[in-house]
Every structure is written in C-alpha cells, then in structure tokens.
Design a binder for this molecule. Structure first.
Ligand code: ADP
Ligand code: MG
Length: 631
C-alpha cells in the first residue's frame, strides 16, 4: 500500500513476529529493561554521529551538544526517548525495525518451549533491543531523520506489535530519533517522575551523554539532567561501584544477567589505553556460529569508533565483552587500517594476558563462579591450546576435567589437582578419550589403572583429541593416552615387554590374528584389562578414533587404518576361545570379541547386520543347549 506520503504497511519478518510474542510473555517480570534498551540505542546513535562527524564535521554543527531526553505525560500515558544522534533513513528504518539481522535467529527461536521461565533465560542470551518496548506499550511510534538529510526526508514508523508496521514520509525539523511509547493501561508507573528518575540513574549513569527527564504534563517544565554523564571507564576504579560496573556490562553486552567478573585497567607510558573487560555468566545463543559478531567496542580518546573490533582478542576468547579506549590509534582507524597497525599485536597480547589473569584470579578466589564459567565457555577456551601456544602454560592451569577421582561428568578437576594426588613414581598424566562421559568412564582401558588406584582424566568433548595433542608437559609430567600403544604403569608391571608377554601365548595370538587379519593390525596380550575380555587400542603413530571420526564427519578422506586388538588372557571367554577346536566357531567367537571391543570404545561396526546374525546364532545355540558342549 502506498499513497502520496509514501505510506506503506509492511509485515514484520517472521522471526520478529515470533520474538515479539515470546518476549512480551517471558520478559514481563523484567519489563523495565525496555528503558535501558531505548536509552542504549539513543546513546549508540549519538556515538555513531560523533564518529561520522569526524569525517564530516557539518553533520554536528547546527546542534553540537549530543543528548538524550526522556519525556513523559501521565495524562496521556506516553513516554518518549529522544536523541539528536545519527537518525535513520527510510530504508534503514524498515531494515532495522522490521527484521532481525542476527544469523541463526530462526534456529534459536525454535528452542523456545512456551515455559516462560525457561524462555526468559533463552531470550536473555539473545538480546531483544528495540522490540522490548512492546512489553509495556500497545503502540510504538518512531519519528526519525537521518543526519545530513533535509527536514522533508523525515520518516514516521508506527506499530502495535501485532505483526505489521506502517512507515510514511514526514516533515521532521531536527536530526535524530524520537521513540514514543503509548503505555498499556497497567503500565502507567512508567509515566511517573520518581520511577523514571531512579531507572535512568540505574541504567545510564555510566553513559557519556547527558540524559534529561522532562514532565510534559506540567506546563513550562524544563528538562533536567539526571545522570552523571561521564563514560564509566574514564573514571577511577575506586569511584565506581559494583552495580555501576554491572549496569555498564548490560549496556554494552545487551545481557540481562550480571557478569561473573571484570577487569578495568588504565595503562600509561609508551602505550596509552584503558580497557574494561568482562566475563559473562552465560554463553550467547550464537557462540558456536563462526560468523557471529564478537570483539570489543573500540574508542579512540573517548570517541566511539566501532563495535565488534575482533582484532584485540584471539578467537578462543570470543566470549569476552568490553571496551578498549586507545590514546594512540588514529581517529580515522578502520578495520583494515587496524589490522595493519604495528601496535595491534602488542595490544592483543596485553589484553589476552589480562583476560587470562582475570580467569586465574577467579579460579583461585571464586571457585563457584569459575565452575560456571567453565560450564559455559570451557569448550571454546580449550581451542586456545591450539590457537595460542605462547600462553599454553597459563592455559593448561585453567583447564578443568572430569576424572576417575570423582567419577562424575562434572569437569571440575585441574591439572594441579591431579598432580598433587599422583604418587611419587608417576611421571605421566593419564587420560582416556571418547565420545561421551558414559563411554569413557566405562572404558575397558581404565580397568588396570582403576585397580592400581591411578587417576585418569576423562576427555569426551569434541575438541579434546585436538587439544591434548597441543598440551605441553605439566609440572614435569607428560600426557599419556591410556588407549594408545603399550601402557607402562608405574609399579613396574609395565616393564615386561609386549613381546615377552606375547611369547607365552603365541599359538593363540597367531590363530586370532589369522582369523581377523582383515580387521586388525595386530593382536596382543593386554596389560590394561581386568574385567573385560578384550579391547582395541590405537597404534603409537595412528590417529585416535575420536579424531578419525571427527575428520571423517567433516568429509576428509583418510587412509584406512586397523586397530590393535588386545585380549585379557585371564578372562574365561578367552580361555574358552583358546579351547575352541571347531574352526568355524572360533571364527565366529573371535569376531564377536572384536565387535564388542569396538562397541565398548564407541565405534560403529562396519557390518552391523553380520554382527547381529552372529549374536542371534549364539542365542539360538544357548536356547537349544548346544552351547554347553563347548564350555
Ligand atoms: P541493537 O541495538 O542490538 O542493534 P536494537 O533492536 O536495539 O538492536 O536496534 C536495532 C537497530 O535499530 C539498531 O542497530 C540501530 O541501527 C537502529 N536503531 C534503534 N534505535 C535507534 C536510534 N535511536 N537511532 C538510530 N538508530 C536506531
Ligand atoms: Mg539496541
């Protein structure tokens, strides 16, 4: 639809519609956050204008004092937030307030359950922004004019949040944006002076622009400044309260939940900058999306330059939120110029160290918070071992693992914990790899180690097999995969060579080897097993099965490799195999023993139908009493 004012009625993108519905229900108990979002947008708009004015000073000239005005009228139950920032053109308005640009949104919204508590948590990971106005308003109007455009290029936008919005051209005298909320009947508290005053203080004391409050219900009332209007990071640490730090975090991170910790530093000397870095308490919905925006807000001498400057931290620290304000970078720095700036590497290492130190402190002093951190971000953090070899030692101290010491899936044991418990003669840190906690904790590879009281780290995250390859020695101990090669355990048992052990059982090993020659590389007598008849292990030089599965799943062609079968010579099933005179039956049994060893390790059988046939045959024999003849 279109008339002479260029009036159009447009539908919200499907995701917006869904979000609006969910948000109104699930965020109701947090409803006042809409004001933070609107003030935050106004402050972003002022930041953006100041940035554009660096290149085009005329944009600011006629109205140079950037500010935000919150005005209310109790009589008409309206509330408006006005800024003289960058404003929006018609296209921008339709794009920004009709769609959601974040990729992965549709998938994310599918996780919503209808249970408002759960959904509130999920929505919190998402950041709702402008649309939160509809929690308290049944109609929202936006009037805006892009800086640099004429007054007749203004645009009005209006919606009841039900699925459609209208836009039309309008004469607008001043640059910037006014968002007007027509409050729902039950929300008149937001047209109240005291309430607004305290909310503005709470939400915007740390913002670098004045926020004014004006009562439109009183004639001649002048807007009065409510907030402190100094950018938080420019103040000295001792003057900033915890709550202010937390509010500032919510402002820059679009989060609802307090951060776990932060680190605020001013560096002077050869290099001059201020950084304020936060560790969130919760992973964002798109943590695993490689293209998701990440990085710090960059300022140069207080002037906002860009959001999501990802150059200042390595990828594995992509969960860190914060700002950096540099006194050395040029004001006209762009992403490309930043990349080439000789200062960048030094800044990146310094900020990386800050984050690692902050985590170290949290691990030492706030164990519970650290546990939360690890649960949310541990898997991402592990990428650091591969990405950041320089800090490998520091990173290793920050890792947490599940272990046979606790036998729980909770990853809460550090390498230092492990080493402190290890006995005198133990020069290895043992670990087992697998696809999930259940598989690794029940792995036959652990049987001897458990019996000897040797602790084993249980690794079952996808990245673990990569990660351990990059782990350096830890406090003089090397890392040993208990499913690989020959396992020499510290009390001397391991000193017997594999050959010597095998020699005693040569005929049996040879016979199994011949029978399974297409499926295994070698057959050995095991020193790992106690209760299981057999297990498979990886050759010294081979890829771990986990890594192999990961690479194959990503489409890589790998050279075929066969596992080594180890048998437990003490096990009665092996005795039975050894006594089996019938060749066909020996073949069937050997294959089943191997299949079971593979299944226990988490592998998929290459021919499951064959396996099922064998087992069924065996069951039938038991049923007919036939099996007894052979025991
Ligand atoms: P976010 O702020 O996280 O980008 P929002 O939903 O809050 O998401 O806002 C969407 C977009 O709308 C913003 O990115 C911005 O481009 C635009 N916008 C919102 N409010 C304003 C404003 N007051 N002035 C200029 N642009 C705005
Ligand atoms: Mg916003």
């Amino acid at each position: 639809m279109s008339d002479k004012n260029g009036q159009e009625t447009l539908g919200f993108q499907a995701e917006v519609r869904q979000l609006l519905q969910l948000m109104i229900h699930s965020l109701y108990s947090n409803k006042e956050i809409f004001l933070r979002e609107l003030i935050s947008n106004a402050s972003d708009a002022a930041d953006k204008l100041r940035f554009e004015a660096l290149a085009t000073p005329a944009l600011l000239k006629d109205d140079p004092d950037l500010q935000i005005v919150v005005a209310f009228d109790a009589g008409s139950k309206t509330l408006s937030v006005t800024d003289n920032g960058i404003g929006m053109s018609r296209e921008e308005l339709i794009e920004n307030l009709g769609t959601i640009a974040k990729s992965g949104t549709a998938e994310f919204l599918q996780q919503m359950t209808g249970d408002s508590q759960k959904d509130a948590r999920l929505i919190g990971q998402f950041g709702v922004g402008f649309y939160s106005a509809f929690i308290v308003a049944d109609k929202v109007e936006v009037a805006t004019r892009r800086a640099g455009l004429e007054s007749r290029d203004g645009v009005r936008w209006e919606s009841d949040g039900q699925g459609e919005f209208t836009v039309e051209s309008a004469e607008i005298n001043k640059r910037g944006t006014t968002v007007t909320l027509h409050l729902k009947d039950a929300e008149s508290e937001f047209a109240d002076e005291l309430r607004l005053d305290s909310l503005i203080r709470k939400f915007s004391d740390h913002i670098g622009f004045p926020v004014l409050l004006q009562n439109l219900g009183e004639t001649d009332s002048e807007p009065k400044t409510v907030n402190a209007a100094t950018a938080l990071w420019t103040r000295s640490r001792s003057d900033i309260g915890e709550d202010e730090y937390k509010e500032f975090y919510k402002h820059i991170a679009h989060d609802f939940v307090d951060p776990l910790c932060w680190s605020h530093n001013r560096v002077e000397g050869k290099r001059e900058y201020t950084s304020l870095l936060y560790i969130p308490a919760r992973a964002p919905f798109d943590l695993w999306n490689r293209d998701a925006p990440r990085g710090l807000k960059l300022y140069v001498r207080r002037v906002f330059i860009m959001d999501e400057a990802e150059q200042f931290l390595p990828l594995y620290l992509r969960f860190v939120k914060g700002i950096i304000d540099s006194a050395d970078l040029p004001l006209n720095v762009s992403r490309e110029l930043l990349q080439q700036n000789p200062e960048l590497d030094a800044l990146r290492s310094a900020l990386t160290r800050r984050v690692l130190d902050m985590l170290q402190k949290m691990a030492a002093n706030e164990a519970q918070d650290y546990e939360k951190f690890w649960g949310e971000f541990g898997q991402v953090f592990k990428e650091g071992l591969v990405e950041d070899q320089q800090n490998a030692e520091k990173l290793a101290r920050l890792l947490r693992f599940a272990s046979t010491h606790t036998d729980s899936a909770k990853q809460d044991q550090s390498l230092s914990d492990y080493v402190a418990r290890a006995g005198e003669g133990q020069d290895k840190i043992y670990y087992v790899l697998g696809d999930n906690f259940e598989t690794v904790s029940a792995s036959p590879h652990l049987e001897q180690l458990r019996e000897k009281g040797l602790e084993v780290l249980l690794l079952y995250d996808r990245i673990d097999s990569w990660m351990v390859d990059h782990l350096p020695e830890f406090e003089g101990k090397t890392f040993q995969d208990v499913g690989r090669g020959q396992l020499a355990l510290p009390d001397g048992d391991g000193q017997i060579t594999q050959e010597a052990l095998n020699d005693e059982n040569k005929p049996l090993l040879k016979k199994i080897r011949r029978t399974l020659k297409d499926r295994v590389e070698a057959v050995n007598i095991s020193q790992r097993l106690v209760d299981s008849p057999a297990c498979v292990v990886t050759g010294e030089q081979d890829l771990t099965p986990q890594l192999r599965r990961l690479l194959e799943a990503s489409g890589q062609e790998l050279p075929k490799s066969k596992p080594i079968l180890e048998i437990n010579i003490e096990h009665s099933l092996v005795s039975r195999l050894s006594a089996e005179a019938d060749d066909e039956r020996f073949r069937e049994l050997s294959n089943i023993v191997l299949d079971h060893a593979l299944l226990a390790e988490g592998a998929q059988l290459s021919n499951p139908a064959e396996y099922v046939r064998r087992i069924n045959q065996l069951l039938l024999e038991i049923g007919s009493g036939n099996a007894d003849q052979h025991t």
